[in-house]
Design a protein around this ligand. Structure first.
Ligand code: HEM
Length: 142
């Protein structure tokens, strides 16, 4: 079926998840570095609003990454190119596992960091799980 993973390339869902998560993480790195450079004394409102947006996007990354992991575990990936050595195959597998771990651990670490504070994210968590369900519906129909 069109858009499905084949032996040669990933399917539509896997590719969309890959690029959306990659772009969001790059945005988070740039955005996080930017808003933490703002002074509370002169840019307090902007800093707070960017921090809340950062948390919301971070949780979206977490939801998408968990979904991506489930998708990966339940769908076959394309075969690695022929002619790779055993070491190269192991290194590719190891790198994939580490990256899945990182895209899940990174937002969880941010979440843990803010959990003790008053300005928490419980409302955002609800919103993001609702958003996640909508995304799932969209992907499921691809
Ligand atoms: C993949 C996801 C994420 C990435 C790549 C990311 C990246 C970053 C970066 C680069 C900074 C700036 C650090 C600095 O220069 O001091 C930052 C700060 C921050 N992040 Fe994230 N973050 C992510 C997810 C989250 C999540 C899920 C939360 C909370 C729910 C969060 C909360 C924060 C807060 C509160 C700060 C400011 C810390 C401070 O004021 O020193 N982040 N993040």
């Amino acid at each position: 079926m069109a858009g499905q993973t084949t032996d040669k390339r990933y399917g539509k869902v896997a590719m969309i998840l890959h690029w959306v998560i990659a772009l969001l993480i790059i945005g988070q790195l740039a955005g996080g570095t930017f808003f933490t450079s703002l002074s509370f004394a002169t840019h307090s409102e902007l800093r707070i609003s960017l921090t809340q947006t950062h948390k919301a996007i971070g949780l979206t990354i977490l939801a998408l990454s968990v979904f991506r992991l489930i998708w990966r575990l339940t769908h076959k990936a394309p075969a690695l190119p022929g002619g790779m050595s055993v070491f190269e195959r192991l290194a590719a597998k190891f790198t994939h596992i580490v990256f899945y771990g990182l895209i899940i651990a990174l937002p969880i670490s941010g979440w843990l960091m803010v959990s003790p504070y008053k300005n928490d994210i419980s409302f955002n968590v609800t919103i993001h799980f609702v958003t996640f369900i909508h995304w799932y519906n969209i992907f499921y129909r691809c």
